[in-house]
Design a protein around this ligand. Structure first.
Ligand SMILES: Nc1ncnc2c1ncn2[C@@H]1O[C@H](COP(=O)(O)OP(=O)(O)OP(=O)(O)O)[C@@H](O)[C@H]1O
Length: 503
């Protein structure tokens, strides 16, 4: 990470000092000015700016800047707002990647967002600012009046910004009220910014994909087994994207016969079929400006697939029984539990539509492959169920958790949710036990371990594997994250027979 920086050791020391400085700050505004000052100092630039997206992710605002030794924060001065149209900033946001320009050419690179002065800006580094969960929150920028290659600072400054953002966020939260002794600590950290529960490597990879597609209008194809959360992800993309203040419309393509589905989607004119007594708008019209979520797209009849393709290609809808078309601006998110490519091979799904939909595919992982999420989800659903029933929180017994961890969940998160809600209802005390889950032995995985110890080892093995994978096999980093000495990690890996090839 630091190898390309001039004088890496000195830089590493300076960087560390900046982390420590940020950790010690007690005021939210001071976090931002310290970050800006630090970024400017570390890459020896006179200018650093921080742009942040608002909650709807539609408006980009200059939150503060450090210029020639002086900080100005948005709260302290009327800095201009809304940079949604600035191409370089947008490029960095949409690509979710740093942008480094060593020689700015004003005719090629519009930099109206930079402060004007006697000397022009010659070099620029823009980097996406992400939360610890990988969601984009804005852009950090450094600029110099001389030519400078700044890309080697991107990774370290990005990490400093992530740290600062988390600190800024924490300092803005009201102090939590004292918790009654024995009650569980809140576990907000396991929920992503998208409202989805789960921080396994597979889910984090999915959050990164969601972050990439929020701000552009491409179609998204969500695939995954039933109950993995496809609709939830579609809603998150809509809610956090630039169309959040417009409609989100859902239609299940398997729920209606062909003729009804056609008029439902595209609308119809009076007399188009028996019973069509008046003109009716379709779901594409209802979703105009917003998002249309087509669930079970693999079950759409072939004739309708052709019509859908035309709408996607031309942006025009022709209602049933009408000879004219009209324009609509709809972002389409489609979902399927089928293997669409296999359906294409079987001639049951149009190849052209498949490629049109699969511009941006997101695959949702089945629950059985992310064991640590099972436990977090179970805790979350139990808390939710207790709150709904207005009863005190339930605690999980280790045996019940081990039973959940060993189960294969063919119905994925939906099944887990139902199972937990039922368990909470069955539980008379405040401790959830295996009998409340009533998982039949035949329902457990064929390869599920039989006794409690073996099941816990199974959980531990998956946890270690997940952590090692998220740290790209780096044992020291994984050990640090798990709070273990590295030797203990190696010992556990050996005991649990984790081979390097599995990571
Ligand atoms: N990561 C998650 N965090 C919290 N709740 C989740 C998560 N994933 C799924 N759920 C919950 O599980 C249930 C099923 O989710 P959803 O309807 O989105 O699944 P789906 O993949 O669209 O299912 P289907 O293919 O059957 O339509 C919902 O109650 C949803 O809120």
């Amino acid at each position: 990470m630091l190898a390309q920086v001039p004088q890496p050791l000195r830089y590493a020391e300076a960087l560390l000092a900046r982390f420590i400085e940020l950790a010690a700050v007690e005021q939210a505004d001071e976090v931002l000015s310290t970050l800006l000052q630090s970024a400017a100092a570390l890459c020896a630039c006179p200018l650093a700016q921080l742009y942040l997206l608002d909650d709807s992710h539609t408006q980009l605002t200059l939150a503060g800047q450090w210029l020639d030794g002086r900080a100005t924060l948005h709260s302290a001065a009327r800095l201009p707002s809304d940079y949604a149209g600035d191409q370089l900033l947008q490029y960095c946001l949409c690509q979710n990647q740093p942008l480094s320009l060593g020689e700015l050419v004003p005719s090629l690179h519009p930099v109206d967002f930079l402060p004007t002065g006697a000397r022009p800006w010659r070099s620029l580094l823009c980097l996406p600012v992400r939360t610890a969960q990988g969601q984009i929150r804005g852009v950090l920028l450094c600029a110099d009046r001389g030519p400078q290659v700044l890309d080697s600072f991107a990774v370290s400054l990005g990490q400093l910004a992530t740290f600062a953002l988390a600190r800024w966020h924490n300092l803005q939260q009201p102090c939590p009220a004292a918790r009654p002794p024995g009650s569980a600590a809140p576990r907000a950290e396991m929920a992503s910014d998208y409202g989805l529960i789960g921080d396994s490597t597979a889910m984090q990879a999915m959050y990164r994909l969601i972050g990439k597609v929020l701000h552009n209008p491409t179609s998204v194809l969500l695939s995954g087994e039933t109950g993995t959360g496809k609709e939830l992800v579609a809603r998150a993309i809509h809610r956090h994207g630039s169309r959040s203040n417009r409609a989100f419309i859902v239609q299940n393509c398997a729920a209606l016969p062909e003729s009804l589905l056609e008029s439902e989607l595209f609308g119809c004119r009076k007399g188009a079929f028996t019973g069509a007594e008046r003109d009716r708008k379709g779901l594409f019209d209802a979703a105009d400006g917003g998002t249309l979520f087509l669930d079970e797209i693999g079950d759409m009849p072939l004739s309708l697939q052709a019509k859908l393709l035309r709408v996607l290609q031309e942006g025009e809808v022709r209602p049933l029984g009408s000879s004219t078309t009209h324009r609509v601006d709809v972002r389409l998110i489609a979902a399927t539990h089928h293997d669409l490519r296999a359906l294409v091979e079987q001639g049951r799904f149009r190849e052209d539509l498949f490629y049109r939909l699969a511009v941006f595919p997101i695959e949702l992982p089945p629950l059985r492959t992310r064991e640590q999420d099972i436990l977090n989800l179970a805790r979350h659903f139990a808390e939710q169920a207790c709150a709904q029933l207005q009863r005190s929180p339930c605690r999980w017994s280790d045996a019940a958790l081990a039973q959940l961890a060993g189960y294969r969940f063919p119905g994925n998160v939906r099944e887990l949710k139902g199972l937990v809600e039922r368990a909470v209802l069955l539980c008379d005390g405040n401790r959830l036990l295996p009998e409340h889950l009533s998982l039949q032995p035949r329902q457990t995985a064929d390869d599920a371990p039989q006794n409690l110890r073996a099941r816990l080892e199974h959980v531990e093995r998956n946890l270690l594997l997940d952590c090692l994978r998220s740290n790209r096999g780096n044992q020291s980093r994984a050990a640090r994250e798990l709070g273990l000495p590295r030797r203990t990690l190696l010992y556990r890996m050996n005991r649990l027979r984790i081979a390097p090839g599995e990571i």
